[in-house]
Design a binder for this molecule. Structure first.
Ligand code: PLP
Length: 398
């Protein structure tokens, strides 16, 4: 008998978005005249910006000519894209070379694949509440997972706990789901902790482009010493609307080594074995994001999402509800009122004001009693949802 990977039997059902879909479907069947305001799912609603669309069209035309046609692309990424991304870091004062940047099909793919670089016996530390892929990818590999809970007492930004050491440390800042962000000093503590213990940080920077405050690092490599203990995983999904187009990048410094093995060289070996690169057309579209034109266009889109976040934050401020996020992130993470559970609050919003959000409990048990709003919806729906939320929570809707 072929023995399957029995670690899959240890995976918990990923029921969060399934259950949300089921509940909303049932509600609409029972109330066909109602319109739902969806502030739940983390997908973007704005189209790709003009600079990207133009570059994609040009790249398609290239593929129609003998002279400019591209077949297989280099496995680690096209030099034009690796260079423009390295330059993006250099402009922020972070020294990254083009061959430390690896082009990927997105952060999700990379968060799973990168685990090839670690021994099966390596332990993984996941700060919770967390993006569910961190836990699941490690369960599939049969790794031991250590959970570090966070809460309102530490602003959902836990500091290293010397009694909880692990080989792989996941840090997501700006965070999904909480929207909380680590400042430089706090990140520095994590870098020191990882260095002292010989751990490697997997820094998920999928939301770096939403940071607006000066003291918040966009990259772990803005922190001294990180080049010897961290890998950074990035995505153009939320930065530039590439959720359906698919493009990301990963930075592995050449100085990152453990047990005489170099992680950058290992990843080159991995990529040249396991992929044939990302499509030329998509990489051309991605490179356009980093041009001055592309940057100003994506910033306009991000500003619109940030306005949505502000709208939700203003409503919560008026009714005096505790929340985090929203300022440097596209998510607002609020405390459910009157000690309500996450799903109880979900049902209340759905039934009373037809607003759909995401119950915090779906991101780990310490998310129970909290609720996530996404700012990726339309401004009209977000404004309407925030008004209804304010009325409901101030007792004007019974
Ligand atoms: N990391 C975090 C924290 C995310 O929230 C997401 C998507 O929502 C991803 C990674 C995956 O991004 P991608 O679309 O590039 O796969």
């Amino acid at each position: 008998m072929t023995m399957p990977n029995m670690n899959y039997a240890d995976l918990k059902d990923s029921y969060l978005f399934f259950r949300i879909a089921q509940k909303t479907k049932k509600y609409l069947e029972d109330n066909p005249d109602k319109k739902l305001l969806r502030l739940g799912i983390g997908d973007v609603s704005l189209p790709l910006c003009d600079a990207v669309i133009k570059a994609l069209h040009e790249a398609v035309d290239d593929q129609a000519t003998k002279e400019r046609f591209h077949g297989y692309m280099p496995e680690c990424g096209a030099p034009f894209l690796r260079e423009i991304i390295a330059d993006y870091y250099n402009k922020r004062g972070v020294k990254i070379a083009a061959d430390e940047v690896f082009v990927s099909s997105g952060a999700s793919d990379e968060l799973g694949d990168i685990l090839d670089l670690f021994d099966r016996s390596a332990t993984a530390l996941v700060i919770e509440p967390a993006y569910p892929a961190y836990v699941d990818a490690n369960v599939m590999a049969g790794r031991k997972i250590l959970h570090l809970s966070s809460g309102e007492h530490n602003g959902f930004l836990p500091r290293p706990d010397k009694s909880v050491k692990a080989d792989i440390i996941y840090i997501c800042s700006p965070n999904n789901p909480t929207g909380a962000v680590y400042n430089r000093a706090q990140l520095s503590e994590w870098v020191d902790f990882a260095s002292d213990n010989g751990s490697v940080i997997l820094f998920d920077a999928a939301y770096e482009a939403f940071i607006e405050e000066d003291d918040i690092p966009h990259s772990i490599f803005e922190v001294e010493g990180a080049e010897k203990c961290a890998i950074e995983i990035c995505s153009l999904s939320k930065t530039a609307g590439f959720t359906g187009t698919r493009l990301g990048y990963t930075v592995i410094p050449k100085m990152l080594e453990r047990n005489n093995m170099n992680f950058n060289s290992m990843w080159v070996r991995n990529r040249t074995t396991k992929t044939n690169g990302v499509s030329y057309i998509i990489q051309k579209g991605g490179a356009a994001v980093f041009t001055p034109e592309g940057q100003s266009q994506i910033k306009r889109n991000i500003a619109l999402y940030k306005e949505n976040a502000k709208c939700i934050m203003n409503a919560l401020d008026r009714i005096g509800i505790w929340y985090t996020g929203g300022k440097n992130a596209p998510y607002v993470w609020m405390k459910c009122p009157d000690g309500m559970g996450s799903w109880e609050f979900f049902d209340l919003l759905l039934n009373k004001i037809q607003v759909v959000g995401t119950p915090g409990e779906g991101f780990g048990s310490c998310g129970e009693g909290y609720f996530r709003f996404s700012s990726f919806g339309s401004p009209e729906d977000t404004k309407e949802a925030a008004e209804r939320l304010q009325k409901l929570l101030s007792g004007k809707i019974k």
